[in-house]
Design a protein around this ligand. Structure first.
Ligand code: DDQ
Length: 246
């Protein structure tokens, strides 16, 4: 098997995974979730839509809202990542990455960038950003400068509409816009080596009946290896493990 894969030159074994729900937390049905981050027992949520965008801090045990900062009406909140004692929040088409201080969420500064902002995660060394294309951008956590582009491929095919991101070890997990599918991307190569079917969450989500009410938001807890998942206008937030699909 391995020999054959090596000879074929591109195909590699792709693990098929699904979600095991460990806990269901309540979530604000009006939150158009665009980014999710876990840190020290708290969840941080970036929400979108013009005039409604926010950065929120939730209690990670019960999902209760602890703190909420409104973005200017002209900004559409997107992906969220933690760099040390700061959160970086993308905006969709405004080219601004807002930098907030933890834990009180004071807005400190903003970096500017070209193009759209979709998802964001920090791997301890670099920021990784999606823009709706099939490539991820590696950026400096210091000045947000673009350092590298990584094309994401599954079985030799590029994978567009990469959205919310979570960095975990050698991998970047990306949910695909308007699909209940999460790709596990090997950071060094851009190859997808695992696909997580998150569709079992859809009937549990109680999401608003709207075509934009899709899975979005993925956070990793490095202490437990668990993930948090929710969606846009989903009144549920799930603590899950990714497990082998049977
Ligand atoms: N993005 O998150 C995929 C980058 C952009 C999504 C924009 C969705 C706009 C929906 C507007 C719905 C208004 C009822």
């Amino acid at each position: 098997m391995l020999v054959l894969l090596a000879l074929s030159g591109q195909a590699m074994a792709v693990e098929r995974l699904t979600v095991r729900v460990l806990e269901t937390l309540p979530h604000d049905i009006n939150a158009f979730t665009q980014g999710l981050e876990w840190h020290q027992g708290r969840l941080y949520v970036s929400t979108g839509l013009y005039g409604q965008s926010s950065l929120r801090r939730l209690n990670g045990r019960n999902g209760e809202l602890e703190l909420q900062m409104a973005l200017a009406d002209s900004l559409f909140g997107e992906g969220l990542a933690r760099v040390g004692e700061r959160l970086v929040q993308l905006t969709w088409r405004e080219g601004l990455a807002l930098v907030w201080r933890l834990p009180g969420l004071e807005l400190e500064m903003a970096h500017s960038y070209e193009g759209e902002g979709w998802g964001l995660c920090f791997d301890g060394d670099h920021l990784w950003m999606s823009d709706g294309s099939a490539s991820l951008q590696r950026r400096s956590p210091v000045d947000f400068s673009l350092q590298q582009r990584l094309e994401v491929r599954l079985d030799g095919r590029s994978q567009p509409r990469l959205n919310a991101l979570a960095c975990a070890g050698e991998h970047i997990y990306a949910n695909v816009w308007k699909q209940a599918r999460i790709l596990r991307i090997h950071k060094a190569s851009g190859e997808v080596d695992g696909v997580i079917d998150a569709s079992p969450l859809l009937p549990l989500s109680d999401r608003v009946a709207h075509r934009e009410a899709v899975l979005n938001g993925i956070a990793h807890n490095p202490e437990t290896g668990e993930f948090y998942l929710t969606g846009k206008w989903w009144p549920r937030l799930f603590r899950v493990r990714f497990v082998q699909a049977s």
